[in-house]
Structure formats: structure tokens, C-alpha cells
Design a protein around this ligand. Structure first.
Ligand code: LMR
Length: 329
């Protein structure tokens, strides 16, 4: 009888194990490279909160900020391998997957974030979310950060000639490389997690980024001047593995789609406020000087950077550039 009992309990154990397995929540990893206090950091936290509320017991979302899980160099590959399910790289980091998204790196293309938003909501903007599906990458949403500012370890930073010969850290983007070369500076592609140290040790003299990234990474503590150039944009595309996404149970995909839409609205509403807050914090900290620029100064930067457009017009498409420009009105 003991043997029979053992057999029965083994059977029961297996049944429970089986049903427990079937009910295990799907673990979704969301990896990104910035601090939690930034627009993207806050968006990821919000997505987790909403997804787990809409799909109780069905999904668990784990958020990994600050390159803890994967940094710039590995995160796209990790999505394709299924090691992580969501990432939100800056739009500057997709040029190995699609040439079209390089559009967003053209200097002085968009007048402000409202224009960026209008373009992303247009048919042309939405189509770019699907521009990497042939590579297995599906775009789910655009998330805002903000306009880029230029910083260096020099006192004078008002005109393009002030950065001649200086070394700049850039994101992994050929357009940004061309932009700095056009100005007679030396660009160097580095992962986001390496920037602080590169600035601190003088491996590079300067960088370009949003107020929230500058503040949260303490770049202002290792730079002398930050010029309020607004010369370009740092925004994001939240992407996932297309095959994994298509293979999800319908109710889960639907819930995640809704969570993504709500988190997107939340993050995009917060972005401007967080950047404004961090600009103030940088000014109050008093470590680096915030250099405001006159209309004439800005015009000089624009003129100096303009030739970059022509170089990439073929890859990006003249029509797409025209459509983006139309969103400025
Ligand atoms: C950068 O590398 O400077 C940014 O793309 C980081 C980020 O994700 O905002």
C-alpha cells in the first residue's frame, strides 16, 4: 500500500507541477541604459505598473535601468536572442537595422518637441515603427526625451568655431559622426555607460545630450560649459522581438498593447517637465555654466551643420525629410 500511495502522490505532484507551470506568469524583461529618474526610466516603471495591473498573474515585468542588464552594445542582439523582451534605444542607435530612422539625427530638423511629436503621429512617422520587421524587430511606440544641448570642458562655447579640434563622445550614429566632422571636431562612438568616465579622464572633451541625461549622469560636474543649442533630438523607439510578440496569447498581447499606449502618454507628458526640472538643478548646482545663445549664435550652428543633410538624403529619402519638415508648421 505504501508503494501505491507513493505512486499516487507522485502523480498528484506532477499534476500540480503541470498546472502550476501553465499558470506561471510570463516574465518580461525591460532593459534600458538611463537612470530611473529620467523620462525613459519613468516610462518603463509606468509600463510595468499598468501591465501587471491589466494582466494580473499573467505577466511579471522586470525593469533593469542604467545598463545593469545590457548596455548599448548588446541590447539589440539580446532582443533578437530573446534574452530581453523590451528595450527603448535612442533613435540614433538603429542605423545598422534601418537607414530611415537616421532622419531623427539630422541637425536642426525639428523646431521643437511638438514638431517631433506631430511627425511621429503622422503616417510617415508611424510607418517607421515597422521599418525593421524584416530584421525581426518590431517598434511599439515612440517615447520622448528632449532636445540636445552641447557641452565641453572649455569656457567659451557660443559659436561653431569654439569646438574645432575638440573630441566629442557621440552615440553610435553615422549622422552624428558626420555632424561633428563637419564642425572640424573629432567624434568618438561610445556607449552611454562609458561617457562620464570618458569626460572625467579627458578621453573626450565634450558631448551632446538632454538636460535629464546630463543631470542624472552628473556630466555637468565634469564639464565647464553647457550651451543651450537645442540642435537635435534624443527620442526613443520601444522595440520588441517581432516573433515573440506575434506568438503571445491574444489577451496578453492586447493587455501589453494597452499598457504601452498608457505608459507612452504618461512618459511623453512627463518628458518636458523632467528636462526642465533637471536644467534648473544643473543651474543651481553651479558646477558647469549654462550658456544661453543668441539667435545669431544659433543661426551660425545651423549653417555650419547644414551640409550633413545632403550626405544622408539618399539613405533617408528626400520625401521623408520633406514630410518631417512639414511637421514644423
Ligand atoms: C545616449 O547614449 O547618450 C542616449 O541615447 C542615452 C539614452 O538612452 O537616453
Amino acid at each position: 500500500p505504501t508503494r501505491v500511495l507513493t505512486a499516487i502522490s507522485a502523480c498528484l505532484a506532477m499534476t500540480f507541477a503541470g498546472s502550476a507551470l501553465a499558470e506561471d506568469p510570463i516574465v518580461i524583461k525591460f532593459s534600458h541604459v538611463v537612470a530611473e529618474s529620467t523620462p525613459k526610466g519613468q516610462g518603463a516603471v509606468k509600463f510595468k505598473e499598468i501591465a501587471e495591473k491589466l494582466l494580473p498573474g499573467k505577466v511579471t515585468v522586470q525593469v533593469f535601468p542604467s545598463s545593469q542588464l545590457f548596455g548599448d552594445a548588446k541590447e539589440m542582439e539580446a532582443v533578437l536572442l530573446g534574452d530581453v523582451q523590451f528595450i527603448a534605444p535612442s533613435l540614433s542607435k538603429f542605423d545598422r537595422y534601418t537607414k530611415k530612422v537616421q532622419l531623427f539625427d539630422l541637425p536642426f530638423l525639428f523646431d521643437d518637441m511638438a514638431a517631433v511629436d506631430r511627425f511621429q503621429h503622422s503616417d510617415n512617422g508611424k510607418a517607421l515603427l515597422d521599418s525593421m520587421t524584416n530584421r525581426g524587430i518590431k517598434g511599439l511606440a515612440y517615447w520622448h526625451n528632449g532636445m540636445k544641448q552641447l557641452s565641453t570642458n572649455k569656457d567659451k562655447l557660443t559659436r561653431p568655431e569654439d569646438i574645432k579640434g575638440l573630441k566629442f563622445r557621440i552615440q553610435n550614429s553615422d549622422v552624428l559622426e558626420a555632424q561633428f566632422r563637419q564642425l572640424g571636431a573629432n567624434p568618438q562612438k561610445l556607449s552611454f555607460s562609458e561617457v562620464y568616465q570618458a569626460l572625467q579622464t579627458g578621453v573626450v572633451d565634450g558631448q551632446e545630450n538632454t538636460w535629464s541625461n546630463i543631470y542624472s549622469q552628473k556630466f555637468h560636474e565634469v564639464q565647464k560649459t553647457i550651451a543651450n543649442t537645442n540642435h537635435g533630438v534624443i527620442d526613443y523607439m520601444v522595440v520588441t522581438n517581432a516573433k515573440w510578440w506575434d506568438g503571445l496569447p491574444d489577451d496578453v498581447r492586447k493587455g501589453l498593447t494597452q499598457a504601452m499606449a498608457e505608459a507612452t502618454t504618461y512618459a511623453n507628458d512627463m518628458a518636458a517637465k523632467l528636462n526642465e526640472r533637471d536644467r534648473k538643478r544643473i543651474e543651481e548646482a553651479g558646477a558647469a555654466k549654462v550658456q544661453t545663445l543668441s539667435k545669431e549664435d544659433i543661426a551660425a550652428w545651423r549653417t555650419a551643420m547644414e551640409p550633413v543633410w545632403k550626405k544622408f538624403e539618399g539613405d533617408i529619402g528626400a520625401d521623408l525629410i520633406k514630410a518631417a519638415l512639414a511637421s514644423n508648421d
